[in-house]
Design a protein around this ligand. Structure first.
Ligand code: 6R9
Length: 685
């Protein structure tokens, strides 16, 4: 076979060698490398022949980006349309408040929509949408353009002006995209709130974002049920009103002037006179043309709240110019878009991945984007594959958590569908274990589609570290920084680390789609991201490079576990556990221990075909078997003190396992802010 997992012996040796004297004290903060994955996948001739960016182009781009870094991004900017060009590519007078394309005038919606109306794209499909019950809608660029204009006129009619905030609390519907684009078209700022959040989570965001308008839906379909959403908006508004009254402020509806409600699930919801309106009523007779507001490149475009996986949600602010350049370039390079593509990014619009690569990116590229309303396993585990077949999806961009979920059902479901239209696969959101990578590549990609593991964040706005379709791939590695991005792995003092030693991932230069600030909190922006390594951006992840300079993400810095004087990332422990046939998914945390300081504990969801604990399998037997397996895979350092079996793990909107919650539960502490937890477990059938 093409290489085997060979973690055990060499890794154990490396681990000892890499452990600097300081590691135990955490002064240098380096991490051990336990897992070594040696399988490699070379691009097939067909992929090489098809690629717009071939290996020579990529090498040239890297050289170019090194020699003339700003010129490189300027070229990327020239691929889009501007109302007025920039005075400077990057104004770095006031770091870390970098201003990309300062002096330029633009609007991302002009690039995503308006300009296509003048080209052959006009009658091409912009958007295909499938509802969970199976209803569908298709909109050409021209149709989408007209809907967006109508809603832009609605918003203008409601008094929304440049710089105002519109909060969008909706699942994946065509109207979600329409509302986002219409908001931006008139120069307002959107904040999309994930429809899985509770009214409490929504209220927090209303308080911080202070929207004038909320766009929502009566209810939507999820996992065969109707989830009512409008009542949660009413709850959130009353909550905000009461809180304001307690503070002695008079606020009728927490500053919310209008609520527009899309009629989706035929629910009989309460509508407040004068404040609440049905979408179809206000859209009636609206003109299908609307002026696109001319924005400064540095004007805010949207605010998206993230908690990461820790702490209180913070509003990440992105702006028009830099964001559109970064997203456009990365989508075209990583996914090598062709005019014939049907692009399916399964991310919810309330996650940055949905913003950048389900909506803005594909529309700027003039491609067809597929949106799906519902649960990926409804009505059965073949839903995704039937959709790939039905729409002839060519590029599928999804998350490790969903891949692991689908693995549980084996190959029988994908085998029933024609998946031969697929030509590229992508993943984002969490480290993908080599086992899941290989499964996806083999069973969904037929071994023929490059699987592109893309590392980035809400804060980065765009893909930062990822392969191109022609790159040599290693399962579990995000490969190398995109051309134009300078990333490194350093110790706590900022020294570059040699290969095979883990440390902090840093980005050493600004990039176009970078966040501008934290909404209402410039100081948090500086202290959270730029204070650890002055001059560099710190994303909060730990990683290592291998001998080829490939980057392997080891997890979040906050989740690093100290086992017997060795610092270990969660990704490797979890990947090793996940390679055991009984394990469907898992999360590992460090828990304090009187004698050892800290020990690792695993939370495991078993595969469906493993007999229930207490039935045929003895929990203790399986526990020791898993502990032994991890030790076999990773060497003697990797000691687990305990495995707890669960039927599900706490996850956020993008399917990330919330280790913070597992830790708090384990220690009997307050679980803190849980508003980003998916209310209805993503996993539930
Ligand atoms: C796009 C997105 C960001 C955090 C990031 C990292 C993790 C994202 C990853 C990955 C390993 C990948 N992450 N992509 N880890 N491999 N390919 O996920 O944004 O929700 O803000 O999360 O997600 O830890 O720092 P966001």
């Amino acid at each position: 076979t093409a290489g085997q997992r060979t973690a055990q012996q060499p890794a154990a040796k490396d681990a000892t060698r890499n452990a600097t004297p300081n590691a135990a004290g955490g002064v240098c903060g380096t991490l051990d490398t336990l897992l070594v994955e040696e399988r490699v996948f070379r691009p097939l001739p067909r992929v090489m022949a098809e690629a717009t960016v071939n290996p020579q182009d990529a090498a040239h781009a890297r050289r170019r980006a090194e020699q003339d870094w700003l010129g490189f991004w300027e070229e990327a900017a020239d691929e889009l349309q501007w109302f007025r060009k920039w005075e400077t590519v990057l104004d770095d007078a006031e770091p870390p408040f970098y201003r990309w394309f300062a002096g330029a005038r633009c609007n991302i919606v002009h690039n995503a929509l308006d300009r296509h109306i003048e080209t052959v794209n006009k009658n091409r499909l912009a958007l295909i949408w499938e509802g969970e019950p199976g209803d569908t809608r298709k909109l050409t660029y021209f149709e989408l353009y007209r809907e967006v204009n109508r809603f832009a006129n609605v918003l203008r009619g409601m008094g929304v002006r440049k710089g105002d905030m519109v909060l969008i609390y909706m699942p994946s519907l065509p109207e979600t995209a329409i509302a986002m684009l219409a908001t931006v078209k008139i120069g307002a700022i959107h904040s999309v709130v994930f429809a899985g959040f509770s009214s409490g989570g929504l209220a927090d965001r209303i308080v911080d974002a202070r929207p004038r308008i909320i766009v929502t839906v009566d209810g939507f379909y999820r996992n065969g049920r109707v989830i009512a959403l409008k009542p949660l908006v009413d709850d959130a508004i009353s909550h905000c009103r009461r809180a304001a009254q307690d503070r002695g402020e008079a606020s009728a509806d927490a500053g919310i002037e209008q609520v527009v409600v899309v009629h989706r699930a035929h629910l009989d919801v309460a509508m407040k006179d004068g404040r609440d309106h049905w979408w179809h009523d206000v859209m009636l007779h609206q003109p299908s043309e609307a002026l696109t507001e001319v924005m400064d490149a540095t004007d805010p475009l949207f605010v998206l709240y993230t908690s990461g996986t820790t702490g209180k949600p913070k509003g990440i602010v992105h702006s028009h110019g830099g964001y559109m350049v970064g997203v456009h370039r990365t989508l075209n390079w990583v996914f090598d878009l062709k005019p014939t593509d049907i692009f399916w990014c399964t991310a919810d619009p309330g996650w940055i991945t949905g913003h950048s690569y389900a909506i803005y990116g594909p529309l700027m590229a003039g491609t067809t984007t597929l949106l799906y309303e519902g649960h990926p396993l409804y009505p059965e585990a073949g839903r995704l594959w039937s959709m790939v077949e039905r729409w002839g999806v060519t590029i599928l961009y999804t998350v490790p958590t969903l891949i692991r979920m689908l693995m549980r059902f084996g190959t029988q479901y994908p085998a029933r569908h024609d998946l031969t239209t697929l030509r590229l696969l992508g993943t984002v959101g969490e480290p993908i274990s080599p086992e899941a990578w290989v499964w996806f590549h083999k069973n969904i990609g037929r071994g023929q589609c490059p699987l592109l593991d893309t590392w980035w964040q809400t804060e980065t706005g765009m893909i930062m570290i990822a392969p191109l379709p022609v790159s040599l791939l290693k399962p579990g590695s995000v490969t190398r920084p995109m051309p134009g991005i300078e990333a490194d792995v350093v110790d706590a003092k900022g020294n570059s680390l040699p290969p095979r030693t883990g440390g902090y991932l840093v980005i050493k230069r600004p990039w176009p789609a970078m966040m501008n600030t934290v909404f209402n909190d410039r100081q948090a922006y500086e202290s959270m991201y730029w204070s650890q390594f002055p001059g560099w951006y710190f994303p909060g992840d730990v990683a290592r490079k291998d001998d080829d300079g490939y980057i392997w993400i080891q997890g979040r810095a906050d989740d690093v576990i100290m086992i017997a004087g060795h610092r270990v990332g969660t990704a490797e422990l979890e990947a090793a556990l996940a390679s055991h046939p009984a394990v469907a998914e898992c999360g590992v945390i460090g828990v304090p221990d009187d004698i050892r300081g800290e020990v690792a504990k695993a939370f495991v969801v078993l595969h469906d075909d493993v007999p229930p604990i207490g039935g045929f399998v003895q929990a203790e037997d399986l526990e020791s078997e898993l502990m032994e397996h991890v030790r076999r895979e990773l060497g003697p350092v990797a000691v687990l003190r305990g495995v707890e079996f669960r039927t599900q793990l706490p996850k956020n909107r993008s399917g990330k396992i919330m280790r913070r919650i597992l830790r708090a539960e384990e220690l009997g502490e307050d679980t803190g802010d849980t508003s980003t937890l998916e209310e209805e477990p993503f996993y539930l059938r």
